[in-house]
Design a protein around this ligand. Structure first.
Ligand code: DQA
Length: 142
């Protein structure tokens, strides 16, 4: 099983940005966490982060024919991007949406998820653990 872990804008600022919401662990910590559980679970993986909508679209398209699934935290583009939604639909890979924070308990504008419309599952509010839960879900789903 090969998974793409794709993170959207400002997630590279983890540890610095709004620590009360996102915690004090850094993006490097997240990459290390993903690497550790992937090795443990026998998952091959790639991790990408982009601050650009087109960068996320390119990464999703590049997964076609190469990856078995996508774990995506589109960050702010979750709530705005039809392009990310269309890219997920285009490649038609099983995708799981992850949010570090509990978006359902936050502002109204975070209540819509375009990307989520093309995802088989969402984990939000579990911190970094959501990424592992998403990978385990895709692994079990096969
Ligand atoms: C986020 C939630 C989004 O609403 C926000 O724009 C982010 C991060 C999360 O992981 O909790 O940048 O996706």
């Amino acid at each position: 099983m090969k998974l793409l872990f794709l993170n959207g804008p400002n997630l590279n600022m983890l540890g610095i940005r709004e620590p009360d919401i996102y915690g004090r662990k850094t993006y490097a910590d997240l990459e290390a966490f993903i690497g550790d559980f992937c090795r443990e679970l026998g998952i091959e993986y790639e991790i990408r982060q982009s601050n650009y909508e087109g960068g996320l679209v390119d990464a999703i398209q590049a997964a076609y024919g190469k990856m078995d699934g996508i774990v995506i935290n589109p960050a702010a583009y979750t709530h705005t991007s039809v392009a990310v939604l269309d890219a997920l639909k285009a490649v038609a890979l099983p995708a799981v949406e992850v949010h570090i924070s509990a978006v359902s308990e936050r502002e109204d504008f975070r209540q819509i998820s375009y990307a989520g419309m093309a995802c088989v599952k969402t984990y939000a509010g579990y911190g970094f653990d959501g990424y592992r839960m998403a990978a385990e879900y895709l692994l079990e789903r096969g």
